[in-house]
Design a binder for this molecule. Structure first.
Ligand SMILES: Nc1ncnc2c1ncn2[C@@H]1O[C@H](COP(=O)(O)OP(=O)(O)O)[C@@H](O)[C@H]1O
Ligand SMILES: [Mg+2]
Length: 291
């Protein structure tokens, strides 16, 4: 191709681009800004830390539920937190999500977002999704509709949102549907799902919000062995894309997914490492594993 022909074809490409720009602006199925869920603010993870808790303490009526807690989670990491009842696991999640304010310490998302200066809604918008023990799906709606609704977010009207959903947003629903393994049930009411399937759907709903950090409290309680295996696969497949922090009692399950395990005891980190080092740690055996 001659030089001038190359320049002309470049201009053509640019002209087409400009036209496409105008057309996409006019397209009815394009989602307008006011309906989009709030985008995550930019989280600075250049120091390779996504979540940073340091020297965190909180007391309830003089009882120290969290005591000088340090925790560092890397981007894309899958971390398991174990510990006996009352160790402070749920309180730790309450602190990260802004539900409980610590008396002391620092809590940051990346190196730039001070979570202690943000309220619960801002923290959720910044990219922290939390899955509670009990699944909270909309039972009367189909699996697909639950995912759509989660994508629309609380800020927009679902009806308006689905009317103008773009094909890339539909693809995103399909992608998550495949990830959580519920393609065959997409038109079924969520109320008809098994307990395990409801848990996966709720994880899927959190994923629609594109969290950077997913907090999951006891995901396999009440699941069959098969469902537990599937959940391990799911959580493993999520790591990398986002960081996942799982609180779990079931040792076999933790062993099946964990890279790094943190043991909490009396609101403090008792031990941290891989499952083998945790299980052979005498302090851990004494307070948690030993019978
Ligand atoms: N809102 C609260 N008021 C008073 N005590 C609390 C509150 N939340 C938690 N605690 C106490 O803090 C300790 C840690 O609880 P929790 O975080 O639920 O432990 P875990 O989830 O590891 O079982 C427990 O002794 C619990 O009774
Ligand atoms: Mg708990």
């Amino acid at each position: 191709m001659s030089r001038s022909a190359a320049v002309t074809s470049m201009m053509d490409v640019k002209g087409v681009k400009a036209l496409e720009g105008v057309q996409s602006f006019l397209r009815r199925d394009e989602v307008f800004d006011f309906i989009k869920p709030v985008e995550n603010p930019l989280v600075d993870t250049r120091k390779n830390i996504l979540l940073y808790l340091e020297g965190v303490s909180v007391s309830f009526d003089g009882f120290k539920a969290i005591n000088d807690l340090n925790l560092y989670i890397e981007p894309g990491e899958l971390r398991c937190i174990i510990g006996p009842n009352g160790a402070g696991k749920t309180t730790m999640m309450d602190i990260i999500t802004g539900k409980t304010r610590p008396d002391e310490g620092e809590v940051w998302l990346g190196s730039n977002l001070n979570l202690l200066k943000m309220d619960e809604a801002d923290i959720a918008n910044a990219g922290i999704g939390r899955k509670f023990q009990k699944p909270t799906v909309f039972e009367a709606l189909s699996v697909w509709e639950n995912l759509e609704l989660a994508m629309a977010g609380v800020r927009s009207t679902w009806g308006a949102f689905r009317a103008i959903m773009s094909s890339s947003q539909r693809d995103e629903v399909k992608r998550v549907l495949a990830l959580i393994g519920l393609e065959k049930s997409k038109n079924e009411p969520a109320g008809k799902l098994s307990h395990g399937q409801k848990q996966w759907l709720e994880i899927g709903m959190l994923l629609m919000q594109k969290p950077q950090l997913l907090l999951v409290d006891e995901p396999v309680a009440g699941m069959t062995h098969q469902e537990m295996d599937r959940t391990a696969e799911l959580l493993l497949s999520l790591a990398g894309e986002q960081s996942v922090v799982v609180v779990e009692h079931d040792m076999e399950f933790v062993r099946s997914i964990a890279s790094t395990v943190t043991v909490l005891h009396q609101g403090h980190v008792l031990a941290e490492g891989n499952m083998d080092s945790i299980q052979s740690n005498p302090k851990v055996r004494e307070v948690y594993l030993g019978n």
